[in-house]
Design a binder for this molecule. Structure first.
Ligand SMILES: [Zn+2]
Length: 124
């Protein structure tokens, strides 16, 4: 979320209320931009990709690697994608766009759960 647009609108509304600054076409545009920002739907796919990348980084820290980077990989095998060559191969360590839908769903569930939790927090 672009919070600068929201902060700008709050600042403007504040000066209108406290200092009697007059309503104008410009102030209307600032408030409209803030409302649009608040109503903007979240891009679930973008967020899911970020979650996947963070998960990947975490797995790397734990000593896992992508099958493509495995030292045990047999380069003569043509269709090696998603193949586990050793114990430290993780078959989900591919760019988000290359993952099968049922694997992407893990990240989507995480994103939707966090967004729902934030919404719940904001309601209380
Ligand atoms: Zn391996």
């Amino acid at each position: 979320m672009n919070t600068s647009k929201i902060r700008e609108a709050i600042g403007l509304l504040n000066s209108m209320v406290l200092c009697g600054e007059k309503h104008s076409e410009q102030s209307e545009a600032v408030v409209k931009a803030a409302i649009d920002e608040l109503n903007k739907p979240y891009d679930i796919e973008f967020l899911s990709e970020q979650v996947h990348n963070a998960w990947w980084e975490e797995k790397k820290q734990q000593g896992f690697h992508a099958p493509d980077d495995c030292g045990w990989r047999n380069k003569d095998v043509l269709n090696y994608k998603f193949h586990k060559w050793c114990d430290k191969c993780h078959t989900d360590m591919y760019p988000y766009a290359e993952l099968p839908e049922h694997i992407k769903d893990y990240d989507r569930v995480t994103v939707r759960t966090v967004l729902a939790a934030i919404k719940k927090m904001e309601e209380v």
